[in-house]
Write a protein that binds this ligand. Structure first.
Ligand SMILES: *[C@@H]1O[C@H](CO)[C@@H](O)[C@H](O)[C@H]1NC(C)=O
Length: 235
């Protein structure tokens, strides 16, 4: 398995070639976390005009902060004594409009984390990710089926779908289908025109249903780190 250092060096090397990859300035320095991080209860709502959503399985210690305007921060620490440990949260809009979403931010580099435009839909029940950055874990090839590619906002995205039927859902439990656009040139910050992805998914006969919300989200899984994100587009 490659080390984190070698991956970071690879991405830095690539950033000097054709691929625009995150620069070291996109990453927050390592810091030591306090042991007793407050656990923010799951919630959805509105803050300073933005819709926000915060969910965790409770295995992580994870704190979500709504900061003024489009800002939010998340700090998390894996619980090494238990498996699991998953959270997702962020700010955006409670609709499915074609939006031009501008955001910026910083991460502390960890293994399993995403920054994405994330949303949920109903009829049918989907989760979607326009995944601008992922750590060592790429959910596309790991769990899903590749359906195509699309170029949006100067980036090449691979489109994957993971059906509930492929996910090993327990009988009687309805799991969402996951739709992914995964950016090859990873980045933390930029402009995402969501309509470009919605249209590309439709062309591939993906039934995205009715979009309930779209947020700039950070997700983490079995990792420890922090993120500070600013949604720059108005609420
Ligand atoms: C959304 O964006 C796509 C892709 O640019 C476009 O084809 C579609 O017509 C747009 N839909 C609306 C409602 O503006």
């Amino acid at each position: 398995m490659p080390t984190l250092t070698s991956l970071l060096l690879t991405s830095l090397t690539l950033s000097h070639s054709l691929l625009a990859s995150p620069l070291s300035s996109d990453f927050l320095p390592r810091h030591s976390l306090q042991d007793d991080l407050p656990q923010t209860p799951n919630s959805v709502g509105h803050h300073d005009g933005y819709y926000y959503m915060w969910w965790t399985d409770g295995v992580h210690k994870a704190t979500y902060n709504n900061l003024p305007g489009g800002k939010f921060s998340i700090i998390w620490k894996a619980n090494t004594r238990e498996s699991g440990g998953n959270f997702i949260g962020g700010k955006g809009w409670e609709d499915g409009k074609n939006r031009t979403i501008k955001y910026s931010g910083k991460f502390e580099l960890t293994k399993k984390q995403y920054i994405a435009i994330y949303g949920m839909t109903q009829n049918p029940y989907n989760e979607f990710y326009i995944l601008d950055y992922h750590g060592t874990y790429n959910p596309g090839p790991s769990t899903a089926k590749k359906l195509g590619e699309v170029t949006c906002d100067d980036g090449d995205y691979e489109i994957y779908r993971r059906g509930w039927w492929e996910g090993g859902s327990p009988p009687g439990i309805t799991m969402p289908t996951r739709i992914y656009s995964i950016r090859k040139q990873k980045r933390i910050g930029g402009i995402v025109r969501t309509g470009c992805h919605f249209e590309a998914w439709k062309k591939l006969d993906i039934d995205i249903g009715t979009i309930l919300f779209q947020i700039v989200a950070v997700e983490g899984y079995q990792s420890t780190g922090r993120a500070e994100i600013l949604v720059e587009s108005p609420p």
